[in-house]
Design a protein around this ligand. Sequence first.
Ligand SMILES: NC(=O)c1ccc[n+]([C@@H]2O[C@H](COP(=O)([O-])OP(=O)(O)OC[C@H]3O[C@@H](n4cnc5c(N)ncnc54)[C@H](OP(=O)(O)O)[C@@H]3O)[C@@H](O)[C@H]2O)c1
Length: 255
Amino acid sequence: MRTGLEGKTALVTGASRGIGKATALALAAEGANVVVSSRKQDALDAVAAEIRAAHPGARVLPKAAHVGDAEQAAACVDAAVAEFGRLDVLVNNAGTNPYYGPMVDIDAARAAKTVEVNQFAIVQWTQLAWTRSMRERGGAIVNMASVGGLVTEHGIGYYNATKAAVIHLTRQFAVELAPKVRVNAVAPGLVKTNLARALWEPNEEAISKELPLGRLGVPEDIAGAVVFLASDAASWTTGQTLVVDGGSIIRPAIA
Ligand SMILES: NC(=O)c1ccc[n+]([C@@H]2O[C@H](COP(=O)([O-])OP(=O)(O)OC[C@H]3O[C@@H](n4cnc5c(N)ncnc54)[C@H](OP(=O)(O)O)[C@@H]3O)[C@@H](O)[C@H]2O)c1
């Protein structure tokens, strides 16, 4: 598969650990310059060092930003363009889930936080990528949705509602930004990261048995799908959401 990512510049939010870090490493493996962002500069500096060690010669810019902060977001995208001259790939990966429980009981503050980070940040970072580089030079955007945006689930209903919104934002931006920019999403199932620890750690064996592929996801399972959608191999694909979930949503329905 020719990815065409060599020498391109990719910015990954939420890249200090988990799926975002694995994605940054995978993009660097394809020869892309990588901008890694999340809230904590120390963690990003460590990720940058890890990428350079794994891929000698890789060009990496670690730049902290809270995805919901307009000024920090703009500073991050501007730094990427200043360093590398353009932004070819944006991976809107940062996500949060501040509330577990029935959606009927969620409070306004945690609902607003969930929307800010999971949903509106994608709009904001896409606007920045578009105006600062992609409107002129084209590009590809990959958003991190979730299978939870396609099904119902106990405990994380409001988080899942924001992920359903991500799937629709992806379609809407795909139409608005075409043909210059392709916009797609990945919808992971349960992946063994910090964010989802409360879901998988106590139940890993039982959940694995229920999955057609017999195991939970690891970040690298998702990174491959992101690289594909960001790459020339997906040059005629836009507005789509690729489910990567070990088969969780194709399990036979209850009778
Ligand atoms: N793990 C799963 O089962 C699963 C399933 C479906 C979808 N997803 C989605 O996958 C994405 C990545 O999550 P993950 O599972 O890899 O979790 P993770 O390992 O906990 O990583 C989350 C990343 O987001 C960053 N982040 C959180 N809040 C942020 C903010 N306000 N501004 C900037 N960065 C922020 C974190 O860094 P800092 O804390 O340093 O800022 C970290 O780098 C999320 O969108 C999540 O919803 C995960």
